[in-house]
Design a protein around this ligand. Structure first.
Ligand code: BGP
Length: 462
């Protein structure tokens, strides 16, 4: 059966400022810049974000390469730590404005719709040190100021804005599971951070609305990494456990973004456990009134869940008090990243959005497979033959297509990522791109999947 997509479907890929640009001419550090400076051994091969894929210097060539493999859209992010000179007054660095203007203009010139994200885990370290970062409502207001400055500077040309990429990762990485600096385990703070991130997104949307950018054709959304939660069995206990995981890891952001309120049952549990966030009527009203125009969904892996079996003996509150993760026998796995491959979940997401989230417009903002040691697949012409990536994309597109045919309002598909880029602590271990990067020489070469993608976009399917 032909897997065909509509004419105006968006095709492309996503990266982020901190993972692509490099730290060239950047005067402030993000939490990741700082973490690398103080603990380089935490990063694969001790490679940090200093050069990344050199997008700051090579964006013109890079964007042209992306165009050459069929992109009609592209996502990156504006780094708070590059643009803003003074975090309290929102004074900007003129050279940063020039850089982002030029990236945006280049995208438009090449007819690639720019999707611009405002936060990809890259909080300024100063704001963590001074105020506790996302634990602080003052930082929420500073973020709103930064977002407003971006709208003011670029919204004449940028029509697709994104407030946050994967806010739940800030909560789990920094406050629960210790995979991002400051690597805390603190349930109470985690929950407050989740609330503050929701509030920050709503405040940015409010600012966008108030200044009338919608009238100029602008749209604002959020990018969430959804991990559909599947219970081990149909038992009541397993299902209840999966529901809780879904509530905490997905709906805590999804419900607020689309419906303007937190899942009631989640609030009750957090309250009962004495970890509920500090909130005010006024803030909850802002969250209620400022929902998104569209969603970006990053989909990599499902979450398999079973009822709590292990004794809960954590010194602090964690959501895993109510469920255990379940290693399903026979699951398909990407051994390089340790993530399960389960393409059908993309269909389940499509139907969930159709049925439970007002069929809001959405797109796949990330999907992809990170593979280590791809050079060994190089053919005589020097092209990496990444057939596994082509197959991975095809399988996911088939399920996406089925969801669209059944009425889900999905308008695009972006791969993670256009050009192999730097990852948060895996650095350049696993490669995700359509375009390979030679880290030493910074030479960029289109992979087989890139050539294949061009054909896919020309045929609008396969
Ligand atoms: C997503 C992030 C990306 C990217 C991707 C791949 O969660 O939004 O920034 O890094 O995952 O994951 P990783 O780089 O950890 O392999």
């Amino acid at each position: 059966m032909k897997c065909e997509f509509k004419k105006d479907f968006l095709w492309g890929a996503a990266t982020s400022g901190p993972q692509a640009e490099g730290r060239f001419e950047k005067h402030h550090d993000s939490v990741f810049d700082y973490w690398y400076d103080i603990e380089p051994e935490a990063f694969f091969d001790r490679v940090g974000p200093n050069v990344a894929s050199n997008f700051y210097n090579s964006y013109k060539k890079d964007l042209a390469m992306m165009k050459s493999i069929g992109f009609n859209s592209f996502r990156t992010s504006i780094q708070w730590t590059r643009l803003i000179k003074d975090f309290e007054t929102f004074e900007v660095y003129p050279e940063a404005v020039k850089f982002y203007n030029s990236v945006i203009d280049e995208c438009i010139e090449l007819e690639m719709e720019p999707f611009i994200n405002l936060h990809h885990f890259d909080l300024p370290i100063e704001l963590y040190k001074k105020y506790g970062g996302w634990e602080s409502k003052h930082v929420v207001d500073l973020y709103e100021g930064f977002a407003s400055k971006c709208f003011e500077l670029f919204s004449d040309r940028v029509k697709h804005w994104i407030t946050f990429n994967e806010p739940i990762v800030v909560v789990e990485g920094e406050y629960l599971w210790r995979f991002h600096y400051p690597k805390l385990v603190d349930g109470k703070k985690a929950v407050q951070v989740a609330y503050n991130l929701n509030l920050a997104s709503a405040k940015a949307i409010n600012a966008f609305k108030k200044r009338g950018y919608h009238k100029e054709g602008g749209k604002i959304g959020i990018v969430l990494n959804l991990t559909p939660s599947y219970p081990r069995s149909n038992s009541m206990e397993d299902k209840k456990a999966a529901d809780f995981a879904d509530m905490f890891y997905n709906r805590m952001f999804l419900d607020t973004a689309v419906k303007g309120s937190f899942p009631k049952e989640l609030v009750e549990v957090l309250d009962k456990d004495n970890v509920l966030w500090d909130s005010s009527e006024k803030e909850l009203e802002i969250i209620k009134e400022n929902t998104v125009d569209y969603l970006g969904i990053n989909y990599y892996q499902p979450r398999r869940v079973k009822e709590k079996e292990k004794l809960y003996d954590m010194p602090t509150w964690i959501p895993e008090k109510y469920f255990d993760n379940y290693i399903m026998p026979g699951r398909r796995i990407n051994k390089h990243r340790g993530w399960e491959i389960y393409p059908k979940a993309i269909y389940d997401i499509a139907i969930n959005i159709r049925d439970n989230y007002n069929n809001i417009p959405w797109y796949i903002s990330e999907n992809g497979i990170g593979v280590e040691g791809e050079e060994k697949f190089k053919n005589e012409e020097g092209v990496i033959e990444d057939d596994y990536r082509i197959n991975f994309i095809k399988e996911h597109l088939q399920f996406l297509n089925k969801g669209i045919k059944e009425g889900s309002n999905c308008f695009g598909y972006h791969l993670w990522t256009p050009i192999d880029c730097w990852s948060w602590s895996n650095a350049y271990k696993n490669r995700y791109g359509f375009i390979a990067l030679d880290l030493k020489t910074q030479i960029k070469t289109i992979k087989k999947s890139g050539y294949w993608f061009k054909k896919l976009t020309e045929n609008r399917g396969f």
